[in-house]
Design a protein around this ligand. Structure first.
Ligand code: CP
Ligand code: NVA
Length: 301
């Protein structure tokens, strides 16, 4: 039997993704009503982190606990992987003991190699290329606030990074238009442009890109691993701040999202992220519900 992994959003097809988002909404309602639902009794999720995390770690760990299972936190630097044990060996051994493995790492190729040698599902908790778990939460949040996202216009402002790439995948899967406004030299990678070209438009002017948008999204200017570029990026990205000026050209009922952590005064002004159009806090909470739906999808037949 082939093992089902979740390395990019496109590991799901359109109907699976839509069903998963509806299930996330249901699981959230069940939790709110105090319903005990433990489909992962005695199951164990290993979580291997090579980069920092708050939301991803806590949402997976809490989700496993609510489902009656257990989550195991492994910091790469404290494990043998951090001392050079081959990825292939680590994957074989871990997957012989646990039921699912979440990996947050740098190179996307590393999680692909990990998945190749794993006998259990591998979930991408963020790589330099993509952040698919975050998109489950973002799309759930949009649906909860505004209904179906098909045919809507979403604008990505800032770095053509892992989050931007996953938004490109979401545009293709859920059939919305994605305008992407990045400073020159910070555009998304060509392979993602090629994959999603019918659904995206690169518009370097952030105001033009945001015009009549239903949702405006941004992310940090320097991602994890790019700390030494921070100062240069602050200079290069300055015209790309999401502030009230920019939100004014979007539709009056446009939403604002940010995967967090946010840098107020850099990629977003405080009055936008803390203002009435921001759904960043629901978006963060939905990591829990969306990933529970994902775990159920991958582990409960
Ligand atoms: N958005 C997100 O993935 O947050 P963490 O880095 O805190 O996990
Ligand atoms: N683009 C950011 C997302 C953090 C959740 C990073 O990779 O650091």
């Amino acid at each position: 039997m082939t093992v089902r992994h979740f390395l990019t959003l496109t590991d799901l097809d359109r109907s699976e993704l839509k069903a998963l988002l509806q299930r996330a909404i249901e699981l959230k309602a069940m939790l709110r009503m105090g319903e005990i639902y433990e489909p992962l009794n005695n199951k164990v999720l290993a979580m291997l982190f090579e980069k920092s995390s708050t939301r991803t770690r806590v949402s997976f760990e809490t989700g496993m606990a609510q489902f009656g299972g257990h989550a195991l936190f492994l910091a790469a630097r404290d494990s043998q992987l951090g001392r050079g044990e081959p990825v292939e060996d680590s994957s074989r051994v871990l997957s012989s003991m646990v039921d699912c493995i979440m990996v947050r790492t740098f190179e996307h190729e590393k999680i692909e190699l990990f998945a190749k040698y794993s006998s259990v599902p591998v979930i991408n908790g963020l790589t330099d290329d993509v952040h698919p778990c975050q998109l489950l939460a973002d799309m759930q949040t949009y649906v909860e606030h505004r209904g179906d996202i098909q045919g809507k216009t979403v604008t990505w402002i800032g770095d053509g990074n892992n989050m931007c790439h996953s938004y490109m995948h979401a545009a293709k899967l859920l059939d919305f238009k994605l305008n992407i406004a990045c400073p020159q030299g910070y555009e998304p990678e060509q392979k993602f442009i090629d994959e999603t070209s019918d659904y995206i438009e690169l518009i370097s002017d952030p105001h033009k890109a945001s015009a009549h948008s239903d949702l405006v999204v941004t992310d940090v200017w320097a991602s994890m691993g790019q700390e030494e570029e921070q100062e240069r990026r602050i200079r290069d990205f300055k015209p790309y701040q999401v502030n009230t000026d920019l939100m004014q050209v979007a539709k009056p009922d446009a939403l604002f999202m940010h995967c967090l952590p946010a840098h107020r005064g850099e990629e977003v002004s405080a009055d936008v992220i803390d203002g009435p159009q921001s759904v960043a806090w629901d978006e963060a909470e939905n990591r829990l519900h969306a990933q529970k739906a994902l775990l159920e999808f991958l582990l409960v037949s």
